[in-house]
Write a protein that binds this ligand. Structure first.
Ligand SMILES: NC(=O)c1ccc[n+]([C@@H]2O[C@H](COP(=O)([O-])OP(=O)(O)OC[C@H]3O[C@@H](n4cnc5c(N)ncnc54)[C@H](OP(=O)(O)O)[C@@H]3O)[C@@H](O)[C@H]2O)c1
Length: 331
């Protein structure tokens, strides 16, 4: 069936300015790390992407290695794009990254010019796009001069293969240095992509301060801790969940008794707020104004809908925030 996006797609979504750039990103963005590989059902993924766009989610995040197999998420998104979204290219922010292992030999990972530019060309082919909106260095490379890595991002922008440059998983000091280099190259760093959730708060130890100071946007990945911060594991491990899948990055061992106890307590608090735990976890990440958007994953349309509806209640009373702190400390 030919897809026609919802006429009202921009009416409800909240858009936040990405750092000090002009770019607005939806408060909820969709990532394709899981659920879009060749191991997954294509039509389900397609339905999730279409529904996302209908709800005003304009940003779709990929990387060269997403799948499995690596590359298949880009290929499948390219197929969805061609079938459903091609007419709307200028309404979309599509990103990809390079940094992790993609092909054998000395040029298939990390942060050299050779790898990054070759990888971007491969990504564009798989995606069937002339350009991506954001091209990221996926991780800091300790063995390549930072100037070399970042000049590759700048080249991608100058060549018209990317519109903006971003970095992911860089520590605070590395981010400060990267911001300086990119500014001097004339291609400011648009955005940083770190992991951030109630269960992983490393960004609070300096990174958010750097991003605020440098005017760099922040897109937080795994805000639901890969599904742990939802009600799905309260009664064991469902068969169709990420933790149950052999290729999923969430391991059964991560669902410890201590985690279960915290999740149960957080779930009760969320209920009192009239939200699901997933919604409360997303609202909690968005409580910091330096956070531009939460980058969620979804294996079902319903999850995406529930997560976007988190935006209906982003407010926290001080007492609620204190209770969350207590629960997370295990007190
Ligand atoms: N830059 C990096 O290094 C990096 C690393 C990792 C991820 N990322 C990006 O971040 C994106 C999101 O990561 P993530 O998938 O780990 O995010 P997440 O939002 O923390 O976890 C998503 C998973 O949680 C479950 N879920 C989502 N909503 C739910 C709901 N309402 N109720 C119950 N379960 C729900 C689903 O798992 P089930 O399959 O169990 O249903 C879903 O696939 C990735 O796609 C990628 O774009 C970037």
């Amino acid at each position: 069936m030919k897809y026609k996006p919802a006429d009202k797609r921009y009416e409800k979504m909240k858009y936040n300015r990405c750092g000090r750039s002009g770019l607005l990103l939806p408060a909820v963005s969709l990532g394709l790390w899981h659920n879009f590989g060749d191991v997954d059902d294509f039509e389900t993924g397609r339905a999730i992407v279409r529904r996302a766009f209908d709800l005003g989610v304009t940003h779709f995040d990929l990387a060269n290695n997403y799948g499995p197999p690596p590359g298949s998420a880009e290929k499948n998104f390219g197929k969805i794009f061609k079938q459903d979204l091609k007419l709307y290219r200028d309404e979309l922010i599509i990103s990809t990254k390079a940094g992790y292992l993609m092909w054998p030999g000395p040029y298939g990972e990390w942060g050299t010019r050779k790898y990054l530019l070759a990888s971007l060309d491969q990504s564009l082919k798989r995606l069937g796009l002339d350009y991506v909106d954001i091209f990221y260095s996926h991780r800091f490379d300790p063995n390549t001069p930072l100037d070399e890595t970042l000049s590759a991002l700048e080249s991608a922008v100058k060549q018209g293969k990317a519109i903006y440059a971003g970095i992911s998983n860089y520590k605070p000091e590395q981010t400060t240095e990267a911001a300086k280099i990119l500014r001097n190259l004339g291609t400011p760093c648009l955005i940083h992509q770190p992991r951030y959730s109630m269960f992983d708060r490393w960004v609070e130890d300096g990174l958010l301060d750097v991003l605020g100071k440098e005017g760099i946007g922040c897109i937080c990945f795994s805000p639901l801790a890969q599904g742990l911060l939802t009600d799905k594991y309260l009664k064991g491990i469902p068969k169709d969940s990420r933790a149950a899948k052999s290729w999923g990055f969430l391991k059964r061992e991560q669902i410890t008794e201590a985690v279960e106890k915290k999740v149960a307590a957080l779930n009760e608090l969320a209920k009192k707020r009239g939200q699901s735990l997933a919604q409360m976890a997303l609202a909690w990440v968005l409580r910091d104004k330096r956070v531009t958007t939460v980058l969620i994953g979804a294996s079902k349309v319903k999850q995406l809908e529930q997560n976007v509806a988190a935006l209906d209640n982003l407010h926290f009373a001080d007492d609620e925030l204190n209770q969350i702190e207590k629960i997370l400390k295990g007190a």
